[in-house]
Design a protein around this ligand. Structure first.
Ligand SMILES: *[C@@H]1O[C@H](CO)[C@@H](O)[C@H](O)[C@H]1NC(C)=O
Ligand SMILES: *[C@@H]1O[C@H](CO)[C@@H](O)[C@H](O)[C@H]1NC(C)=O
Ligand SMILES: *[C@@H]1O[C@H](CO)[C@@H](O)[C@H](O)[C@H]1NC(C)=O
Ligand SMILES: *[C@@H]1O[C@H](CO)[C@@H](O)[C@H](O)[C@H]1NC(C)=O
Ligand SMILES: *[C@@H]1O[C@H](CO)[C@@H](O)[C@H](O)[C@H]1NC(C)=O
Ligand SMILES: *[C@@H]1O[C@H](CO)[C@@H](O)[C@H](O)[C@H]1NC(C)=O
Ligand SMILES: *[C@@H]1O[C@H](CO)[C@@H](O)[C@H](O)[C@H]1NC(C)=O
Ligand SMILES: *[C@@H]1O[C@H](CO)[C@@H](O)[C@H](O)[C@H]1NC(C)=O
Length: 497
């Protein structure tokens, strides 16, 4: 369904003009920018190395003290695009000075429940010379539900529209700034950003030439629902239940398992009496049983498997560490937020009784078309688009088996042989990588989480974005990627969940 055709943005009336632009060489561009339904709310020329304050950022996006680092001399433009009479998408454009522009556009997505601009990826992109764009997916904030409650158009932005708006307005901004209309367009996103990219390839196949899609949150509603279902399988919210098994589970998941699908795990080996775990951590018979079910796939009300089992070696914290000071409370907040604001329209709903029926109800409603299992990519394939996707084998949030399911569904629904599929879509599994980055494996492949880019590894073998460019522009198919592991790998940026 293509509701939002490019160049036909919902028209609210007169073009809104410059609101606030400082008097520098970027200002006349901002003042003269004319794109339907789009108003410029700030613009300024920024010098390489500037630490940019972002004081209007909401707390759940890291504000008000959040800063971004300017990585090349650039013109920064902040825009608001009206997408209906009751919704708007905030965009941020970082336009390297023309002599430093690499003649490419890079758009970025969001994580989790949506509304935080991905500054780390923009920083890396601008430093490489890309005209780089960020968006808030139509709302501000990564926790909460008020932004969705009774706001179907805001849900449409989050679900399927905001990336297309970014692509469409971003292209026009770059065309006007550089007075050029022939440049390649790329997108890089992880988690929800991965979902946004796959969905965009299906709905708006002309937006991008290359997509870099990490740990994609396709089947998003079931990913979120799985946390509620799995935590119930281990006894939550009854913390006194003999089957409750949070502590032991937290203790067993670490280490690199290169190919988790080749290993089997029987929780019986962790039972009390085997000697493997001490008396504090070992599993009672009821706990052995609940841990077993935690590693089984999710089924719908009809008994069909709809979400694969967690990989062995992935941390189970997202569904097991669900208590605060002895009271049952899910640490994974997206389930409560989304079901409150978008699924049930009930600001008091809590997940203590979450069941398969709640998951199926959400799937049937599919607010904002957020679920996105759009596996017919024939138009994107037909125009020569390329996709590099990657997924950590120790992903604790989106189980990596989902990417396998998605890949084979794309192959069959796009009517391609495996060879034809591999000629436009590659999927790399990264042993020991957590969700989007981090973990005991050699996970750094130029993903956003390690800022700034390692200058010594700016080549297509080590940097996935450069590998994608080489594929799109030089027809060099990426056969392998080399991951890097840093001794002090601390995730220093906004966490995309
Ligand atoms: C922001 O910085 C100010 C000044 O350093 C500090 O007082 C305040 O606690 C900080 N706020 C947050 C949310 O970190
Ligand atoms: C920006 O400044 C950094 C630090 O001085 C430097 O390493 C980098 O090359 C500069 N970037 C550009 C595009 O000039
Ligand atoms: C998001 O925050 C920006 C300020 O940073 C504001 O201009 C915009 O209206 C906000 N968007 C929504 C949907 O509230
Ligand atoms: C049990 O083993 C864990 C993990 O090795 C350790 O942290 C804990 O102190 C041990 N408890 C006892 C009672 O020995
Ligand atoms: C848990 O208890 C500690 C110590 O009493 C307190 O500081 C903290 O705020 C409590 N946390 C929550 C979420 O209630
Ligand atoms: C959501 O609930 C409120 C309060 O009960 C009601 O006024 C509103 O119409 C409901 N909205 C939807 C979309 O169901
Ligand atoms: C869960 O279900 C039980 C039994 O029907 C009910 O007593 C309880 O109020 C429910 N809790 C929530 C949070 O809905
Ligand atoms: C794939 O092939 C089937 C059967 O020939 C056809 O019905 C379907 O439309 C094709 N799909 C695409 C995306 O070409």
């Amino acid at each position: 369904m293509r509701i939002f055709a490019s160049n036909k943005l919902f028209f609210l009336g007169a073009l809104a003009r410059l609101v606030r632009c400082t008097a520098d060489k970027c200002a006349s561009f901002g003042a003269g920018l004319s794109i339907p339904d789009t108003k410029v709310i700030a613009c300024s020329h920024e010098a390489n190395g500037t630490v940019l304050p972002l004081p209007s950022t909401v707390a759940s996006c890291g504000g008000p003290n959040l800063t971004a680092i300017i990585t090349t001399d650039l013109c920064r433009v902040v825009l608001l695009v009206a997408t209906s009479s009751s919704s708007e998408v905030q965009l941020e454009a970082w336009l390297p000075d023309p002599d430093a522009w690499n003649t490419r556009l890079l758009a970025t997505g969001t994580g989790g429940i949506g509304g935080c601009i991905d500054y780390p990826t923009m920083q890396n992109g601008a430093g490489l010379g890309f005209a780089s764009f960020g968006m808030n997916a139509g709302h501000n904030g990564s926790t909460g539900f008020d932004f969705f409650l009774n706001k179907p158009e805001v849900l449409n932005d989050f679900g399927y529209r905001s990336l297309h708006v970014e692509a469409s307005v971003g292209r026009q901004v770059a065309e006007q700034y550089y007075a050029s209309s022939s440049f390649k367009k790329y997108y890089a996103g992880c988690s929800t950003g991965g979902r946004q990219g796959f969905q965009n390839a299906h709905l708006y196949p002309d937006d991008f030439d290359g997509l870099l899609l990490g740990s994609p949150g396709v089947n998003w509603l079931r990913i979120v629902a799985s946390k509620g279902i799995l935590t119930h399988r281990i006894g939550w919210p009854n913390l006194d239940s003999p089957a409750y098994a949070a502590g032991p589970l937290d203790g067993v998941a670490d280490g690199i398992i290169d190919e988790p699908t080749r290993h089997r795990f029987d929780p019986q080996t962790l039972a009390c009496g085997t000697g493997l775990l001490n008396a504090t951590l070992c599993l009672t018979p009821q706990q052995v049983s609940s841990v077993r079910t935690a590693y089984e796939p999710i089924t719908d009300s009809g008994g069909h498997i709809v979400y694969p089992a967690f990989e062995l070696g992935a941390s189970t914290n997202v569904f097991s560490a669900n208590q605060q000071n002895g009271t049952a409370k899910m640490s994974y907040t997206i389930l409560q937020d989304f079901w409150r604001g978008a699924v049930y329209n009930d600001s008091t709903w809590t997940p203590e009784n979450f069941s398969t029926a709640d998951m199926d109800f959400a799937l049937a409603a599919n607010p904002g078309q957020v679920n996105a299992w759009d596996t017919d990519l024939s138009e994107f394939h037909g125009r020569g688009g390329k996709i590099i996707s990657y997924h950590g084998r120790s992903d604790e949030t989106v189980t990596s088996a989902l990417s396998e399911w998605f890949y084979s569904d794309v192959q069959s629904n796009t009517n391609l042989t495996l060879e034809e599929t591999r000629a436009f879509y590659r999927l790399f599994f990264i042993p020991g990588m957590h969700h989007c980055g981090g973990g005991p494996g050699a996970w750094s492949i130029g993903n956003a989480q390690k800022y700034p880019y390692d200058q010594s590894l700016l080549d297509p073998s080590h940097n996935t974005l450069l590998a994608l460019i080489d594929w799109v522009e030089n027809d060099k198919t990426p056969e392998t990627l080399i991951g890097t592991k840093y001794q002090d790998d601390v995730r220093t940026v906004l966490i995309l969940v």
